[in-house]
Each structure stands twice: as structure tokens, then as C-alpha cells.
Design a protein around this ligand. Sequence first.
Ligand code: SF4
Length: 357
Amino acid sequence: MIALTYPARSDAQHRFVTRLRDGLVDHDLDSRVLESADARSLWIGGNGLLQIEAPADELIDDVVLVDPEAGRIERLLRSGSEHNTLLVTERCDQLCVMCSQPPKKNHDDRFALLEEACLLAEPGSLIGISGGEPTLFKSQLLAMLETVLSIRPDLSFHILSNGQHFTTDDVARLSEGQFAHVAWGIPLYASTATLHDRIVAKPGAFERLQDSFDYLLQAAARIELRTVILQDNLDQLPDLARYVSINLPFIEQWSIMGLENIGFAKNRWDSLYVDIRQNFEPLDLALDQAQLRGIPVRLFNTPLCYLPADFRHYAVASISDWKRRYAPACDNCHQKSNCSGFFEWHPEKLIADVTPL
Ligand code: SF4
């Protein structure tokens, strides 16, 4: 797994963002490498000396958040990666049964630091934003996006949100041209309020979500709908496909996703996980419905060898590089470079159970 944090030392009195440079330093927030050995590097920048317990060549051009008190750096934007995601809060107002990042009560306001990081991003970057629920801090979030995109119109954002906090007052703001660079990844787990609300553990969530979809439609916002496959909703996926095609035909994409064995799902795995190889029919019907009705649909977090040949074109190699792994047998698979593989924390017995293509 690729490390996202490293132990570090700095004499600065506060957290700061810096971009780690090899030779050329062309921004006030850049730091330049002074020394690098096998497992340690020394950098100099506007906040003085920074020692990181990692060799410089692993970090060149990364944008990092230095936390002197915690004694570590966090790699906010890894150079050359297409999988950079910024965590804006760990608070959330839902408690989804399979949440991969269970919410916490505390909120650490890092918006100013994250804004600085975004302004240092590589040209043309797509930056992910997640939580917790980012729109619990909607005014700060939208202000950050507006500032960054006004200075860096080459950037774009993908924001994971539970869609519970958009209001009619947001329509004009989200209609502004800058927000054409922002896509919202919003989960919908079922076509009925009963099941969706049970999965997200919030009464009324389904109804509130429909209101948000109305506001986002009025703003011509870009929406990626997300559905995690669970034992509870597998059989209802064809109904959900019909629901999406009738009520949400304006979405940019419907992403149907495999479950992650982390967070709440780890202890509930046996009651949540579905091996689609054992019962592919509901997914088959849902994909056909979506395709027939013109809904762009994709499968995330799903190994290609789990799918009948006719359905492999729906699959996206979606698992981020830092948390992706393959089975030893995958080395003999000619589809490995196109395959999502597995999450680093996927159950070992399932990882061993693959059939190379
Ligand atoms: S054998 Fe491995 S690389 Fe090939 S499709 Fe299956 S999981 Fe993917």
C-alpha cells in the first residue's frame, strides 16, 4: 500500500502546506530538498527546516500538510496520481450500514490549508473531496471551490456528498460557470424510502435527497449517482434502474459499486457482502434496464473475472492506487492492467479465489 503519511519534524509553530521540490522553487509555499538518504530527507522552505522519514525521490512535487505537533506530514496531493482526495471533515449526519469511514464528532477546520494545497495542484488535476459529509460545512466548501476555480480554472473537483443539505438558495450559486468543473458523487441505495433510509440509518433521508436532486437539476449540476451492492438491495437493483431512468435521467453516470471491507462493513461483512458470481441476475437486469433507457452506467470495485464476458465493458479500474492490490494469480491474467483488482483490506479468502482471464 502506498503511504499517505510519514513521520516528520519541523520547528514551525503551526500547521502549514508546502510543495516539495527537487531543484526549481517557484512559489512562496515551496520547499527545496537539501539532503536525502535511504529513509530520510531534509527540506528547506518558508517555514524553516523540515525533516521527513522518507527518501526525497518518493515525495518530489507532492503537496503535503505538515503538522509539527503531530510530528508527521500528510500527502494531500501526490505528484502524478489520479487518486488524490482531500478529507474536509469527519462529521456526518448519516450512519450508513457499510460506511467505510465511520463519522466522528469532532471537526478539524482545514479549509484554508486545503485551499492552499489546491492552488499548488498539478495542471489539469481532478481533485476528490470526501468526508464525513462535506456539505455539513457547505458555505466554507463552496467558498473554497469558488476561490480555487477562479484562480485555477484548469482544475476540476469530484465531491462525495450524501445530498442532504442542498437548498433552493444554492441554485443560483451552483449555476455559476465555475461549478461546471464540479461533479457531485451522491449515493442512492434503493428506489423506496423504506430501504434507502434503513441503509443510511436516517429517517426521511430518501425524501430529502429527492429535494436536493431537484435543486441540483435546476442548477444543471453534474451528478454521479452511487449505489453500493448489498444483500439488502441486490434484488431491488432492477427497480432502482427503472427509478433512476424515470426520475433522474439527467445524471452524468450511475456507478454501481462493490463493497469495501473496512469501517462499519468490516464487522458486518457476512450480513452485507454479496458475491455477484453466485447471483448475477439482478445486476444483469439492472445494467440492461439502465442501458436500454440511456442511463450511462458503470461498475466500480469489481474484478473483471467476477463478470460474464458480455458485462466486462461496464467495469472501471476504479480502486485508487494507494489502496489497490491483486492476487498472486493475477500476474498470469492478461486483463490485469484493465482490472480494478481488490481493496488492500479485502478478505484474503476472496482474493485467493480468482480465475485469471
Ligand atoms: S485474475 Fe486478477 S487481474 Fe485478472 S480479472 Fe481477476 S482480479 Fe482482475
